[in-house]
Structure formats: C-alpha cells, structure tokens
Design a protein around this ligand. Structure first.
Ligand code: GAR
Length: 200
C-alpha cells in the first residue's frame, strides 16, 4: 500500500463536493480502500437525488444536501460549507464535479487545500462544457486536470494532468467517458500529492 503512494498516519480526512453523477467521488472512495490512505468524512451535494448522493448511500459514506437554492448568495452557501468542513476537521476538500462557482469565503478558508477536477488540459478550455469546447475546436488531444482552486475559475496551479486523444468520430458521450477514465486515476493521485504538503 505504501510503496509508491505516500503513507498518511493518521489517514487524510477529506470532504467531497459534487453536483452530478459522482463517478469521481466513487473513484476517490474506492482509492481510499486501496492506495490512498484517506477517509471521505462527508459528501456534500447541492442537487437532491443526484447520482453522487445515490453512490454515497451505496458506499456507506455520509452525505448531506446543501442546496444552493436555499441561500441568498454564493458567499452564504460557501460559509455554510466552511463551517461544516471545519467542524469535521478535514485536511482537504475535493470538488468532484461541483458545478457552482466558489467564492473566497471557501477558497481562503482552505488555501491550498481545495482541489478541483476539470475535463481539459488546463489552461485550455476553462469554464463550462470543456468537452464540447474541445470537440468544437478541432484539437486532437485534450485531457483532464486536477488543480488547486484559486479565486479565478479554473486557473489555480495544476497538480497533475492526463492527456486523452480525441478520435475522429467522437461525440460528447464517447469523449466524456474516455476523459472520466483518466480523471478517476489522477484525482486520487492529486490528493496524495497535496496530502504530503498538508502533513508536512
Ligand atoms: C467531471 O468530468 C469533472 O471534470 C467535471 O464534471 C464531471 C463530473 O463527473 N467538472 C467540471 O466540469 C468543473 N468545471 P462525475 O459527476 O461523474 O464525477
């Protein structure tokens, strides 16, 4: 378990934020059962009934719905998240398909401890529908990036990336599936890399 992957004793304590299907969340949880010495203390979702919530139930991970629609501002939402994460004493927070722009309220409370996964080779194709942007651009290689979240969207320091080829007849679904397979590998590794810094 500790050959290539760093050892964390006690294991890293993580919180995960997700909005959609939650496949990256599940990949992270599965990694904690193998190479990544970490525990996912809490999954937060903003969409009731989303796939990520269902996966948490199946995997036995605590999940709370923090619905952005119930808050007056992005800052109020983020303040609620910060309180929850600080109460849990997590080492780091992973945005695994969190489809909300986060504010300095969250970013500054978890400086260098907030990780995002994005489906492009940053700095290419920032923002919404990075996969559609890549397909429309005509590039033949795209990928995924795990990066530290900073104030500007999708611009924080890259932790690790994977390149993914675009095949001539790819549609959105085919390319998305190929990118997801790489995301599931690099996200746990990005947590391990950052975890070493957090525990230094
Ligand atoms: C992932 O492809 C992730 O890179 C993307 O959302 C998807 C979530 O998939 N995130 C962004 O686009 C953030 N800008 P999942 O719910 O199956 O993990």
């Amino acid at each position: 378990m500790c050959s290539q992957w760093p050892c964390f004793d006690p294991p890293l304590r993580l919180a995960v934020m997700a909005s959609g299907s939650g496949s990256n969340f599940e990949a992270l949880v599965e990694a904690t059962k193998k190479k990544l010495q970490a525990t996912v203390e809490l999954l937060v979702v903003n969409n009731h009934g989303c796939g990520a919530q269902q996966r948490a139930q199946r995997l036995g991970v605590a999940c709370e719905v923090v619905d952005h629609r119930g808050f007056n501002s992005r800052e109020d939402l983020d303040a609620a998240l910060v309180k929850r994460f600080q109460d849990l004493g997590v080492d780091g927070v992973v945005m695994a398909g969190w489809m909300r722009i986060v504010t300095p309220v969250l970013i500054d409370a978890f400086t260098n401890r907030l990780i995002n996964i994005h489906p492009s080779l940053l700095p290419s194709f920032r923002g919404m529908d990075a996969i559609g942007q890549a397909l429309a651009s005509g590039v033949t290689i795209t990928g995924c990036s795990a990066h530290v979240v900073t104030a500007d969207v999708d611009t924080g320091p890259v932790i690790t990336q994977a390149a993914v080829p675009i095949h001539p007849n790819d549609d959105h679904a085919a390319l998305s599936a190929r990118i997801h397979r790489q995301e599931h590998k690099i996200l746990p590794w990005a947590v391990a890399i950052k975890g070493k810094e957090w525990r230094r």
